[in-house]
Design a protein around this ligand. Structure first.
Ligand SMILES: NC(=O)c1ccc[n+]([C@@H]2O[C@H](COP(=O)([O-])OP(=O)(O)OC[C@H]3O[C@@H](n4cnc5c(N)ncnc54)[C@H](OP(=O)(O)O)[C@@H]3O)[C@@H](O)[C@H]2O)c1
Length: 249
């Protein structure tokens, strides 16, 4: 698939930049990788599954490489970033977790969004920090459930809100490195393809009723928002909501 070349009028060009996408072997991360490569960047993909990463990198061509990493394991993160010379742009969509009501989930399932999505991204940025160039940017992954819970999933809602706060906190600590957060609504893509048909169809239909634009998003639309945050040279500490107006209704 050919991705459009992102060429902002005033932002920083991507040509020659080193882009690291932890969670880049599929979904939104892989869409971001396609755009970055099309814009002339070199891309390093991280994730747990070697086969998935190898296939993704092959589809991207010679400016892509990959290493296995598990963001819940700090030794793994240290080894991953030891193999990276510099980081101009970092995107961290890697996460796997359980979502559900407080009264139904086990404690370990309830804690899984924080373990994987919050602390996974926190530790990823921590291990990347020494490799970030002065004009680097970081984009964290949250989710619009932070501001409008779609169902009973309080720990997941709180986790996404915490990631938005983490982005603001890291923007202060890491300046002049820019740190921003993308907080998408529901996306028709790899993550939802792995869920049961009935759950997916009902959730997408409900989202269509709830969002101003009447539909779920695409991975490409979220990737465009991430590329904007990579290249928007006066934007830091912000959260962008590509959610079709879900949070407003
Ligand atoms: N899709 C949506 O509707 C939506 C909406 C809002 C927010 N989000 C957020 O977007 C992120 C998922 O992105 P996606 O939708 O593009 O789904 P995805 O295709 O499942 O992407 C997640 C990637 O992260 C990797 N990963 C998972 N756990 C990991 C870990 N511990 N260490 C390293 N890599 C890990 C996975 O590969 P391996 O399994 O091989 O490691 C996979 O390639 C999540 O944070 C999710 O909350 C998604």
């Amino acid at each position: 698939m050919t991705a459009p070349v992102f060429s902002p009028a005033s932002g920083a060009p991507l040509a020659g930049r080193e882009v690291v996408i932890v969670g880049g072997g599929s979904g939104i991360g892989l869409e971001v990788a396609r755009r970055a490569v099309a814009g002339g960047a070199r891309v390093t993909l991280g994730g747990r599954g070697a086969d998935r990463l190898a296939a993704a990198a092959e589809s991207l061509g010679e400016r892509a490489r990959w290493h296995v990493v598990d963001t819940t394991d700090q030794e793994s993160l240290a080894a991953f970033f030891a193999g990276v010379d510099r980081v101009d742009h970092l995107f961290t969509p890697a996460a796997s977790y359980r979502v559900g009501p407080m009264r139904e989930l086990s404690d370990s399932d309830a804690e899984s969004p924080f373990v994987s999505k919050f602390w996974g991204q926190y530790h990823t940025v921590k291990h990347a920090a020494a490799k970030l160039t002065p004009d680097a940017s970081v984009v964290l992954m949250a989710g619009a459930a932070s501001v409008r819970p779609p169902a009973a999933a309080p720990a997941y809602v709180a986790c996404n809100a915490a990631i938005e706060g983490l982005g603001r906190g890291l923007a202060v600590e890491l300046a002049p490195v820019r740190v921003n957060v993308v907080s998408p609504g529901t996306v028709d893509g790899n993550l939802w393809a792995g869920r049961p048909d009935r759950v997916r169809e009902e959730s997408f239909a409900q989202y269509g009723r709830d969002a101003l634009l009447g539909r779920v998003g695409t991975e490409a639309e979220i990737a465009d928002a991430v590329l904007f945050l990579f290249t928007s040279t006066f934007t830091t500490g912000s959260t962008l909501y590509p959610d079709g107006g879900y949070a407003l209704r």
